[in-house]
Design a protein around this ligand. Structure first.
Ligand SMILES: [Fe+2]
Ligand SMILES: [Fe+2]
Length: 339
């Protein structure tokens, strides 16, 4: 579908009311000066080969992950959330839990636009089938993590489709900055991202340990199982591509990693440490409340220590490839001060 272009006026496109049978395919779309949606313009990217299909398995280890993904698929709607609905917990705890799991849902969803950009690149670069398949699985999996998270929020006090705090409204849309991704090579970018999967996996493990409700525990476990494959993919990519990176690329990797961690993930996503004081107190208090009642949250006082452990592990993993992750003061110094 993506490779077929049809002539129609821009307004019809915006209406979504195009009847394809009435419009024979042509090579170019002219928009007659009217506004076109950027996605439509992007479809004009020339495709170098009309047969962009590579069926030979180039990365058998990636293909194995794809097969596991098929075997281990799960459905968030088959989790029974009645334990949350029926739980005898105070309203403010329900509210705190709903806020927390709404935030978790937004975080999970952040991986979806990221993933679609990577899938698009993989398709246009004619990457092997298993790479395209893995990224497609990744998108579907992140989407079901998002779904499971908003279902948990719904079981508590209702999913908040938008952040309520002004500060979060500014932060959430900046989870993913495509300019940072485009600055790296395709495989280097994929590997950097899976370093974050490793960190969020550590945090999710702590949230699973915290969860006292069967539905939340089950959801965390299923999400963790998917994340383990995402981390595995990163390790495969690292092994295959990191050794070939230029010194500049290696430096860029460390910098991008640190930038993302400090710029968005410590601003309430992974931890509340970089939030402005009032919001830090409010969000931290709610998070602590959710953790106290076993709703699958991490206490704000524990988060930095978990991130520090994860970060040290990641530094060890990338050190053999001469990738250095610069000091991240909020994490590295907080850890030092605590000892
Ligand atoms: Fe996820
Ligand atoms: Fe993931």
């Amino acid at each position: 579908m993506i490779f077929n272009h049809y002539h129609h006026d821009a307004q019809t496109v915006l209406d979504g009311s195009v009847r394809l049978s009435e419009h024979p395919p042509i090579v170019f779309i002219t928009d007659g000066g009217a506004t076109m949606q950027p996605s439509l313009l992007e479809e004009l990217t020339p495709v170098p080969s009309p047969y962009p299909i590579r069926s030979e398995v180039e990365y058998p280890d990636v293909w194995r992950l794809c097969e596991q993904a098929r075997e281990l698929a799960w459905n968030p709607t088959s989790i029974d959330f009645s334990d949350l609905r029926e739980a005898d917990i105070p309203t403010e705890v329900r509210e705190a839990g709903a806020e927390w799991w709404s935030l978790r849902a937004w975080m999970e969803h952040g991986a979806v636009p990221y993933g679609t950009e990577r899938l698009r690149e993989a398709i246009f670069r004619h990457e092997p089938f298993e790479i395209k398949q893995h990224i497609t699985n990744f998108i579907a999996e992140e989407l079901r993590h998002h779904e499971a998270s908003f279902l948990i929020a719904n079981g508590l006090a209702g999913y908040q489709s938008e952040p309520r705090a002004e500060y979060f409204k500014a932060i959430i849309p900046r989870f993913h900055d495509e300019r940072d991704e485009k600055a790296m090579s395709f495989y280097a970018g994929l590997a950097v991202n899976t370093l974050f999967e490793q960190l969020s996996g550590e945090l999710l493990q702590a949230r699973y340990d915290n969860a006292r409700f069967q539905s939340v525990r089950g959801a965390c476990q299923l999400i963790l199982r998917d994340e383990a494959r995402h981390i595995q993919f990163g390790r495969i990519i690292m092994r295959r591509f990191f050794a070939k990176l230029s010194a500049d690329d290696r430096r860029l990797l460390g910098d991008k990693f640190a930038k993302k961690l400090r710029g968005s993930l410590l601003n309430g996503v992974y931890a509340v440490v970089n939030l402005p004081p009032a919001e830090r107190e409010r969000a931290g208090r709610n998070r602590a409340l959710a953790a106290e009642y076993g709703l699958g949250a991490t206490h704000p006082d524990e988060e930095i220590a978990i991130i520090k452990r994860g970060l040290d592990q990641i530094r060890q993993d990338v050190a053999p490839y001469d990738v250095v992750i610069p000091e991240i003061a909020e994490v590295d110094r907080a850890g030092a001060a605590a000892h």
